[in-house]
Design a protein around this ligand. Structure first.
Ligand code: IMP
Ligand code: MG
Length: 178
């Protein structure tokens, strides 16, 4: 069965415009100095693809992987991290790029790992910021939009692996939320 269309809370064209602005902020911040763009799979893949094509500053692309959800809408476990080769990030400025900063536990764990492996600096860029659910003491250095405390899908974000392909951001229908 095909997935149903959901009502957008952020339209594709709003996201496109905002991603271009965020890229300019990042270019201004690094000011020509190269950095490692560490994209967090899988949710950040769409945001990363759009953001990186707007960047003019030199960067190297690396990936990390984090998993804390399974099929639920509430994180159940400590984030499991799959990290890059430490040589790729040591002595480098690192920009973590993820889909959403929610509890902050994923970013906190990744930032700690990066600092333990001698990254020169660590910054975080998130398409979405959901401050209502924050548990860790972290904040985004760059973000696209703040969202309320609802489970959102689309533009890379999934629920049980569905909806990543929506070109916009929508609220998960209540009857689907676990
Ligand atoms: P955090 O560790 O709680 O900050 O959340 C990190 C990850 O949880 C994000 O990268 C997302 O993959 C996932 N996540 C958090 N909130 C949502 C949501 O509303 N929709 C889809 N995924 C979410
Ligand atoms: Mg994610």
């Amino acid at each position: 069965m095909n997935q149903p269309a959901l009502a957008p809370i952020l339209q594709a064209r709003q996201i496109t415009a905002r991603v271009a602005q965020v890229a300019k902020e990042i270019d201004r911040h690094y000011d020509g100095e190269s950095f490692v763009l560490l994209s967090v799979l899988k949710g950040a893949v769409v945001f990363t693809a759009d953001l990186m094509r707007e960047l003019r500053n030199p960067f190297e692309l690396e990936f990390a992987r984090s998993r804390s959800y399974g099929d639920a809408t509430r994180a159940r476990t400590e984030p499991e991290l799959v990290v890059p080769d430490p040589e790729r990030i040591s002595d480098r400025h690192v920009l973590v790029v993820d889909d959403i900063l929610d509890t902050g536990n994923t970013y906190l764990a990744l930032r700690q790992w990066l600092m333990d492996h001698e990254a020169l600096s660590v910054r975080g860029c998130f398409l979405l910021d959901k401050p209502a659910r924050r548990q860790a003491e972290v904040k985004p250095d760059f973000f696209g939009f703040q969202v309320p405390d609802v489970f959102v899908v689309g533009y890379g974000l999934d629920h049980a692996e569905r909806y990543r392909n929506l070109p916009y951001i929508a609220q998960l229908p209540a009857e689907e939320a676990a």
